[in-house]
Ligand binder design. Structure first.
Ligand SMILES: NC(=O)c1ccc[n+]([C@@H]2O[C@H](COP(=O)([O-])OP(=O)(O)OC[C@H]3O[C@@H](n4cnc5c(N)ncnc54)[C@H](OP(=O)(O)O)[C@@H]3O)[C@@H](O)[C@H]2O)c1
Length: 291
């Protein structure tokens, strides 16, 4: 009996938050996986049956080896934008389909409608993909639940006060594992060509409520102290990129006084969506001092 050859999926960003979970889901589904990374030394942290190929999105010709024979590509773009046209051209030469990790910049909720460089980059790449004639699926997650790790884990672990702006601003944090699981399904299951999915968590929670849920789950009360936007700019000066701070402040400010935008896309595709409380319960170690 001859076995049908299944072409590998090339995962870019496969060492990052979403991409590494996409790799795991694809491997679990028995799909051959290749990971593109700038750092060959990361091979050790990837599953043994994953092919690791060195390449850099800012050097388009460095992708050729990774793209040879690939059937589909999971595209994550955190690099500068200049080489995006040449990279998408190369993808279209080698692969049939692409699943792109974008954002909900077309969603008519004020949280997603603040002009910012990330939205421009995502819109540009989507246009390039459409023009190149690639079969595509666009994945548009809202706020990742895991954003709270770099934001609050350290201060909570050391018993401090969470000092933050727009405590009443509501978001619907989506579990990165759900984002990755949806992306993986669209890479190995038929029926997602042309799909465009806005992925959110299942509930609208203010930022102060999110802090309080973390306290609840780890079993101690966390004090939340409201900062003004200017205080937040001062506190993050030198440690956070200013465009990121401005993007977040604009989005939170615009979201004040209304519930977060919520979709059922994660549940429609996966059957259920993880709550923020569940995400915290699965990451308590990040918020607690080692015993
Ligand atoms: N955070 C949110 O709430 C949110 C919401 C919606 C959308 N997004 C989007 O999600 C994406 C980020 O996903 P993530 O958090 O999973 O990423 P991440 O953890 O920041 O990881 C970035 C990945 O990109 C790879 N990479 C960076 N520069 C590269 C280059 N020049 N060439 C090749 N690979 C490169 C890195 O690989 P190596 O270092 O191994 O080369 C790494 O695997 C962004 O596009 C962001 O806009 C984020």
């Amino acid at each position: 009996m001859t076995r049908t050859h299944v072409p590998p999926v090339l995962v870019t960003g496969g060492t990052g938050r979403v991409g590494s979970a996409v790799v795991d889901f694809l491997v679990d589904a028995g799909v051959p996986v290749r990971v593109l990374t700038r750092r060959s030394e990361v091979a050790a942290m990837l599953p043994a049956n994953v092919e690791v190929i060195t390449g850099d999105l800012t050097v388009p010709e460095s992708l050729d080896a990774a793209l040879r024979g690939a059937g589909a590509v999971f595209l994550v773009w955190t690099a500068p934008p200049a080489t995006a046209p040449a990279v998408v051209d190369r993808l279209a030469t080698h692969a049939r389909r692409v699943v792109f990790l974008s954002s909900p910049h077309q969603t008519a909720h004020p949280f997603f409608q603040q002009p910012n460089p990330m939205a421009v980059l995502h819109a540009d790449i989507e246009r390039l993909i459409a023009t190149a004639g690639l079969e595509s699926t666009i994945i548009r997650p809202g706020m990742f639940a895991s954003n709270v790790l770099p934001w609050w884990a350290n201060v909570i672990r050391t018993g401090g006060v969470v000092r933050w702006p727009y405590g009443a601003a509501e978001t619907a944090p989506v579990d990165d594992r759900d984002v990755a699981a949806v992306a993986a399904r669209t890479l190995y299951q038929d029926g997602h060509a042309g799909g465009d999915y806005v992925l959110t968590g299942p509930e609208s929670l203010s930022q102060a409520e999110q802090v309080s849920i973390i306290g609840d789950v780890i079993g101690h009360r966390i004090t939340f102290e409201e900062l003004s936007p200017d205080e937040f700019r001062r506190e993050t000066e030198g440690s956070w990129p200013r465009p990121v701070v401005d993007m977040l402040l604009d989005a939170w400010g615009a979201a004040m006084g209304r519930p977060a935008f919520i979709t059922s896309a994660v549940t429609d595709i996966l059957g259920s969506a993880r709550s923020f409380r569940q995400w915290v319960a699965d990451h308590t170690g990040a918020f607690q001092e080692e015993p």
